[in-house]
Design a binder for this molecule. Structure first.
Ligand SMILES: [Fe+2]
Length: 487
């Protein structure tokens, strides 16, 4: 669940507080207010605020003292602070930043800048802070002071004394950004950047190169080796942190935009394909709702396995699309109510191959290709299309296969009525370890014991009964997992 955005506005003037509230109306945040620093501090100790906006000149405790007090306490240290004050000389601004403020605005600029400043800082704190930064530096003194400074700004810091050590860390824990010295023993910064850019999955990691040598050739060379920026030593944290913020913000904006684009593309494609599945199931009254039911069961099994929600969402799509290849099966075979001839069964066995072919051109569905392709493989190697056995059958296909079999057994077919839930559970247990993966059957049995399982299948069987009584179409296709149909 997303954390609620709460903002605390601190000013001794009720008019200014009301003005700030008006400016922040579009943020969809919960906004609280305090009259002075002392009140604000006690409120911040009790409520987790996402951001504090404070005046400087206030009775009891002024805004600078408030910043220092918030920074000094581990519970409030990470709250970003925006100072909005009539005091706006260079000295005032500097003392605000020194006290830990993330932004300093003059009151006369608040109307035009407060909302955008707050929005940007909130974005930055969600997406940029708490990120992992790897510092590669052979001087222990510099490394230690960088570590202290970055920790103070809520980054997670890892240290390596040269490029070789850094390689081990990077492979183990992919950092979000790397700060890299250039002159180091064993493996220098140039060699490290060159190596990093050659590693798939890591080459996008932004690198800031640090060096005392700031001649044009060095800077050009390191940028050419793939560094995102160069900073010349010595530098202060007030120079480094904004540079890190900017690079990480740009980096994550690109990643988020790309992810949103891919998600939108996937949603559009899945919608189109789901319509195709609906069209496919419309050909066959008896398998209507089958894909949805398989998807429901398989995702509940994956939940019992403890998978994360992204994987569960993806499997839900895979379950819905597992029989998409039936689109390529002739009506005369797919809808045949009688036992199939050998050649007809061979034709129907093509649907996993056709299914994979339909989906393989969609990059965002790559991880679920095994579901349409391998859901008719069997644990004992007697399935199709490849005759894979045991764990060489991809896990998600083995899961789907159990869900597919159970739904097929409990559904009506033209040549038999669907089994009762109890009988179908017995059959599943009987084929555990022969047709079906034992671990997946165990996951299925956990789902079968859970609340909601019986309701789901009884409702489905009730619907089928209604369809029988109202006269379902006579011409219907058998489920393809029922291999006994062949003559
Ligand atoms: Fe199938």
């Amino acid at each position: 669940m997303l954390k609620k955005t709460r903002i605390l506005v601190v000013d001794d003037s009720a008019t200014v507080r009301a003005h700030h509230l008006e400016l922040l109306k579009g943020l969809n945040a919960e906004i609280h207010s305090a009259n002075d620093g002392q009140q604000a501090l006690s409120m911040a100790m009790q409520t987790p605020y996402s951001l504090v906006i404070t005046d400087v000149d206030m009775p009891e405790m002024n805004g600078i003292e408030l910043c220092q007090a918030l920074q000094a306490n581990s519970r409030t240290r990470d709250i970003p602070i925006v100072i909005v004050s009539t005091f706006d000389s260079d000295v005032d601004v500097e003392s605000g930043f020194e006290a830990g403020a993330s932004a300093y605005l003059s009151k006369r600029d608040a109307r035009s800048l407060l909302l955008s400043t707050v929005t940007e800082i909130l974005w930055k704190y969600i997406h940029v802070r708490k990120r992992r930064i790897l510092v590669i530096e052979d001087s222990r003194t510099i490394a230690r002071s960088l570590e202290m400074g970055l920790l103070k700004h809520s980054f997670i810091v890892m240290l390596a004394e040269n490029g070789l050590k850094a390689k081990e860390i990077v492979v183990e824990v992919a950092p979000d950004l790397i700060l890299c010295d250039l002159k180091m023993p064993q493996m220098d910064g140039f060699a490290f950047c060159k190596w990093l850019k050659s590693v798939p999955g890591l080459f996008h990691t932004p690198v800031i190169a640090m060096s005392a040598a700031e001649d044009t050739a060095t800077v050009q060379r390191v940028i050419q080796y793939g560094a995102a920026a160069f900073i010349s030593k010595p530098f202060s944290m007030s120079q480094l942190v904004p540079l890190i913020d900017r690079i990480l913000s740009d980096h994550f904006k690109i990643i988020l935009t790309e992810r949103e684009r891919l998600d939108a593309e996937r949603r559009a494609l899945v919608n189109s394909i789901t319509s195709l599945v609906a069209a496919l199931e419309a050909r066959d009254a008896y398998t209507r709702g089958h894909s949805e039911s398989v998807s429901w069961l398989a995702t509940h099994m994956l939940q019992c396995f403890g998978a994360d929600s992204a994987d569960i969402d993806l499997l839900a799509i895979g379950g819905r699309l597992h029989d998409i290849g039936k689109i390529g099966i002739r009506d005369s075979v797919l809808l045949k109510p009688d036992l199939l001839e050998e050649a007809e069964f061979e034709h129907i066995k093509q649907h996993p191959v056709i299914g994979r072919r339909i989906l393989e051109s969609i990059p965002s569905l790559n991880r679920i290709l095994a579901i349409p392709y391998s859901h008719h493989e069997r644990w004992d190697g007697k399935g199709y299309p490849e005759g894979l056995s045991g764990k060489s059958i991809p896990f998600w296909a083995r899961l789907t296969s159990v869900a597919d079999t159970f739904d097929a057994l409990t559904s009506d077919r033209p040549y038999r009525k669907g089994m009762s839930i109890e009988k179908a559970l017995q059959v599943i247990k009987q084929v555990r370890g022969t047709q079906l993966c034992p671990d997946c059957v165990d996951l299925f049995l956990l789902v079968a014991e859970s609340a909601g399982f019986e309701d789901h299948f009884r409702a489905k069987q009730h619907e089928e009964k209604g369809r029988r009584e109202t006269g379902a179409p006579a011409s219907i296709a058998p489920h393809l997992n029922d291999n006994s149909r062949t003559s």
